[in-house]
Structures are given as structure tokens and as C-alpha cells.
Design a protein around this ligand. Structure first.
Ligand code: ARG
Length: 490
């Protein structure tokens, strides 16, 4: 016995009403209406239609349909005339969408439905376009094509930011600009500004490698997997893959339609990039404060306060710091969507697009803003030198001078620590640095040669080991950074 719900359909929620004109009116047909006596409710359409966000894959959808149609003709499932007629219809649909002339129909659930519906209006043979194909292999083909292109674009913008950092590093190096390096956000040891800027560039280069890994896993064609099980028709998935420029073809039809690893991989690579941009943003926020005074932002990359006339705020850097939260959320959210999904396609997978699109858009915007900000920022070499050339910042290097003279590092550390302590106990805190220089110069184990480490730039210049922050090592590093950037540009 079955218990029927009351005949009257429940009121759709208020939000659903706003999108009512998109929902299918009674009598309108979907691609799958044959088995159903009635169309979907407004509430269902509002929840499940993906056209509002997946229309941005229209070019990929049409490219994939073209490849599929070409293959269908090659294997004898379409005539050459049909193939050409469908090709012309698809070209027109592409132009209509690109030019904003496409008249979307209430039954257009997603971009695949819309393109096929319009192409069929223009050419009856387009009704054969879906032969041997399901939206399940179609959607993931489109998304792989979209992701491949998006990765290339976002990678190009990250590379541009890394180049800007490298250029600013070269300038800073030529001007011998040094700043205090920090640990625990306490001044630690002086390093070149070039060294510090390059550190961020190396991190971005790793992001490019991660994006490259994601791209390799994206570059696999799922077209020909059908709904889940392949086809009884003589399809040639290798032909469509080659047509679409995919590097590889799926091995298993179930895996092909349910695999969204490439989306998660891309979200991870982008979340890592956003995390790096966030750390860079935080340093710009700190450096542009009056307390640091290391950098002044160009007016084009700073904002004012509506109340405090003197303010110059680093909004772009703050937003770079903030956006990482959103990116990490997309990754965590999407992995949660995927976990526990049984094979093969489930409608849950439609939730792949919005986080991915937003992640790509957000990282690109953030990178562009930081690129402009860093390209135009003015670094204050004097403010940086005040910290970098503070004799206390050279304490480690004085201890290393003793080690080079044969003393055990522990003893050298203790000796210098004692002098630091004595200098800090001097009655006037403004003279403590001068007192340290005096103590080092006069100490029997140290003397004038050791005291040179405390002179402006002395400790910084002494650091020459591979990858170190002193100028000689940085010269070599900058050459390697340029080579890595050139390699990343491919
Ligand atoms: N809009 C759907 C998505 O994004 C397309 C696939 C729909 N397939 C289906 N069997 N309903 O995943």
C-alpha cells in the first residue's frame, strides 16, 4: 500500500520564488521528461539547476560536443552532413552565448541542456549529438577542460608576481638594502631585502609546481565513459581525447565519471598559494605600519579612512591575508562533499564548480592586486638599516667569529651573551649599543677585528654560505631564482 501526499504541492520557500521564472512551467520539457508525468517543482529546480554558475563553461561544453560529434561521424554514427550541420549550429550557439544574445529557456537546467536544446532548435540532427554520451561524462569533460585553462591562467599571474618580487629583489640588492630578519617577530639577524623578497618568490615557485601537478591529473579525458558504464556503440574515446588535446584517456568508466580528484588537487594548490599570499600580505601590513615604517604603499594600492584624515590603509594586503580563509574553506568543504560518496555519479558532484570557480577567481584577483602593490611600493632602506645595523643583531655573528678562532660554539655563545647582558645593563638604554661595541672591541678574546662584525653591514656581509642572507650568497641566489623563473615560464 502506498500513502500519497496531499495533491496540493507545498508552497516553495520564499527564496525559491525569486528564481521562479527559471523553473519549468507546466508542460515544458526537460531532456529526461519522457519517464515523468509532471515537470520538477519550482523548489527542486531552484535547488538543483546549475545553469547560473555552469554557463561559464559554455566554450568548453561546445568544444567537447564538437569533438564528440566529429568522433561519432568517424565511427559511422553520424553522416558528414549531419556532423557539419551540428557544427554550424554549435558555432551559432557559441556566438549567441558569447555575445549575450542567447535566450535561455526555463527548462535549461544546466549549460549542457541549454546548448543541446538550442543546437537542436537550429539543426534537427543535433538530436543525435548526445549519442553514446551522458551528462555525467560530459560535465566532467567540460570541467577538466575549464580547469586546465584556469590553471594556466592562474599560474601565469602567480609567475608574474614572482617575477615582480625577483625584480624588486634585484633593485634592493643593487642598492645593498638590508633589514633585520625576524624570528618570533623579534629582530634576529640582518639579511638582504633581496633575500627576504626572494623567499616569497621561492614559495610561489612551489605553488606553480603544485599547480603543474594538478594540471597533469586534470589532463585526462573522461569522454566516452557514458553515464557510468561505457557504451554498446562503437565509440572511440581516444579520438575525442586527441581532438580535445587531452594527454591521456580514462581507464575505468566508473572512475571517470566520479573522479573529482583534480578539483581537490587544484583547490589544494590554490589554498597553498593563498596561504603564501596571506603571509606576504601580513608582512606588508606590518611593514607599512608606523612602528616598522619599512614600506610606503603607492596611493593606487592603499585606501583612506572615512573619519581619520591621516590614515593610509593597506587594504589589499589585509584582504590577501584574509582570502586564504575562504580558499581553505573551499578545500575542506569540497573534500567533505566527496567523502563517503558511492560510485559512480551522484548529484553531490555538482557542488564541485562553485568552490573551484571562486577559488580560481579569488586567487587571480589577490595575485593581481599584490603584484601591483609590490611593483609600486617604496621601501625605506634607512628604516630597515636601523634594525639591520643594530649591533645587537650581530651578536650571533660575533659568536661565530670566536668559533672561527677556535672556540667551542657553546662557550662563544656564553661569552657574547655575557657582553650583551652587560651592555643592556648600561644606565642609559640609548647607549647600550655603543657599549656593546666597546665591550667587544676591548675584550681580550675579541678586539677590533671581531668588532667589525658590529659595524653597519658587517654581520650581513659575513654571511656567505650557500642560500645565506649576505650579499655574495644572495647574488648567486638571484641568478638561480631567475633561472627557476625562466624554467617555470616553460
Ligand atoms: N549539472 C550537472 C553537474 O554539474 C550535470 C550532470 C547531471 N547529470 C545527471 N545525471 N543529472 O554535475
Amino acid at each position: 500500500m502506498s500513502i500519497e501526499a496531499p495533491a496540493e504541492e507545498a508552497e516553495p520557500p520564499a527564496e525559491a520564488e525569486a528564481t521562479q521564472e527559471k523553473a519549468s512551467p507546466a508542460g515544458a520539457t526537460t531532456l529526461w521528461h519522457g519517464r515523468f508525468a509532471a515537470g520538477p517543482s519550482d523548489a527542486l529546480s531552484a535547488l538543483s539547476d546549475s545553469l547560473p554558475f555552469d554557463q561559464r563553461m559554455f566554450a568548453e561544453d561546445i568544444a567537447a560536443s564538437r569533438a564528440h560529434v566529429t568522433m561519432l561521424c568517424d565511427v559511422g554514427l553520424l553522416s558528414a552532413d549531419e556532423r557539419d550541420g551540428i557544427g554550424e549550429a554549435l558555432a551559432q550557439v557559441q556566438a549567441e552565448i558569447a555575445e549575450g544574445r542567447m535566450e535561455w529557456a526555463p527548462t535549461d537546467e544546466d549549460i549542457h541542456t541549454a546548448v543541446e536544446r538550442r543546437a537542436t532548435e537550429l539543426c534537427v540532427a543535433a538530436a543525435k549529438m548526445h549519442t553514446g554520451r551522458s551528462r555525467n561524462d560530459q560535465v566532467v569533460t567540460d570541467l577538466r577542460l575549464w580547469t586546465r585553462r584556469a590553471i594556466d591562467e592562474v599560474a601565469a599571474s602567480i609567475l608574474s608576481l614572482a617575477r615582480t618580487l625577483a625584480e624588486r629583489a634585484r633593485q634592493a640588492h643593487a642598492a645593498d638594502v638590508r633589514l633585520p630578519g625576524y624570528t618570533h617577530l623579534q629582530q634576529a639577524q640582518p639579511v638582504g631585502l633581496a633575500h627576504h623578497l626572494s623567499a616569497h618568490a621561492w614559495a610561489l615557485l612551489r605553488d606553480l609546481q603544485r599547480l603543474g601537478d594538478a594540471r597533469r591529473r586534470t589532463d585526462v579525458s573522461p569522454l566516452g565513459a557514458g553515464a557510468l558504464a561505457g557504451s554498446s556503440l562503437p565509440l572511440d574515446p581516444h579520438r575525442t581525447a586527441a581532438e580535445l588535446g587531452f594527454a591521456a584517456v580514462f581507464e575505468n568508466s566508473l572512475d571517470a565519471v566520479s573522479d573529482r580528484d583534480f578539483v581537490a588537487d587544484t583547490l589544494y594548490a590554490l589554498a597553498m598559494a593563498a596561504m603564501h599570499l596571506s603571509r606576504l600580505g601580513e608582512e606588508i601590513v606590518l611593514w607599512s605600519s608606523a612602528e616598522f615604517g619599512f614600506v610606503e604603499l603607492d596611493d593606487a594600492f592603499a585606501t583612506g579612512s572615512s573619519m581619520m584624515p591621516q590614515k593610509k590603509n593597506p587594504d589589499a594586503a589585509e584582504l590577501a591575508r584574509a582570502k586564504a580563509g575562504r580558499l581553505i574553506g573551499h578545500l575542506a568543504g569540497f573534500l567533505t562533499t566527496l567523502k563517503g560518496l558511492p560510485l559512480a555519479y551522484n548529484k553531490d558532484l555538482q557542488e564541485d564548480k562553485e568552490p573551484l570557480f571562486d577559488a580560481v577567481d579569488t586567487v587571480r584577483l589577490t595575485v593581481m592586486a599584490l603584484d601591483g602593490l609590490l611593483g609600486t611600493a617604496r621601501f625605506d632602506a634607512d628604516a630597515m638599516a636601523r634594525g639591520a645595523d643594530d649591533p645587537f643583531a650581530a651578536a650571533t655573528d660575533v659568536a661565530e667569529w670566536l668559533v672561527a678562532e677556535g672556540m667551542a660554539f657553546r662557550d662563544a655563545h656564553a661569552l657574547v651573551a655575557g657582553l650583551v647582558r652587560e651592555a643592556l645593563e648600561s644606565p642609559d638604554p640609548h647607549t647600550s649599543a655603543a657599549r656593546l661595541v666597546e665591550l667587544v672591541s676591548q675584550h681580550p678574546d675579541l678586539g677590533p677585528s671581531a668588532a667589525q662584525r658590529l659595524a653597519p653591514g658587517g654581520a650581513y656581509r659575513a654571511r656567505t654560505t650557500p642560500g645565506a642572507g649576505g650579499p655574495d650568497a644572495v647574488s648567486r641566489q638571484l641568478d638561480r631564482l631567475d633561472a627557476a623563473l625562466a624554467a617555470a615560464a616553460g
